[in-house]
Design a binder for this molecule. Sequence first.
Ligand SMILES: NC(=O)c1ccc[n+]([C@@H]2O[C@H](COP(=O)([O-])OP(=O)(O)OC[C@H]3O[C@@H](n4cnc5c(N)ncnc54)[C@H](O)[C@@H]3O)[C@@H](O)[C@H]2O)c1
Length: 147
Amino acid sequence: MAEIRRVGVVGAGTMGNGIAHVFARSGFPVVLAEVDQPALDRGLSTIDKNLAREVAKGKLAQADSDAARARIAGTLDRRMLAGCDLVVEAATERFAVKQSLFQELDGLLGATPFSLQIPRRSPLPSWRLRRSARTALSACTSSTPCR
Ligand SMILES: NC(=O)c1ccc[n+]([C@@H]2O[C@H](COP(=O)([O-])OP(=O)(O)OC[C@H]3O[C@@H](n4cnc5c(N)ncnc54)[C@H](O)[C@@H]3O)[C@@H](O)[C@H]2O)c1
């Protein structure tokens, strides 16, 4: 498997901002893509609050928090995801939207080894996405197994 140097996250909502936070905390530069500015601002502001909470609790040095935050680049332009080695889609459960997003990512990512989709309790038919996205690796975050 190719080395992961840069991570993309699509969607800065409940899941996306947490995923971006964890990757940035772990040292990865992250491109966090959203569809509208208020949603992006909310996601980045949640990351700021969560990092500040970790600093206040003594779990993270201020310098490390600043460095993690500096690794996250928010954008409304999904073309900025080009060059990412891993993209986590955390935007939608709507199949048609997800399918079109994966097709777009396939075009953008070129040789990127894989994308990751996160179904919830009622997993989407991920085999259909694997067929629509050239190299999609599905992962379930719920107790219901991926199909
Ligand atoms: N919230 C959870 O507990 C949870 C748990 C497991 C899995 N999930 C799954 O994760 C995904 C996201 O869930 P969430 O709770 O974070 O949703 P959310 O509504 O909080 O956030 C989704 C975000 O994605 C953005 N978005 C939509 N289309 C986009 C696009 N084309 N490009 C960029 N951004 C886009 C929206 O503006 C929104 O801010 C869903 O598929 C959901 O089923 C959620």
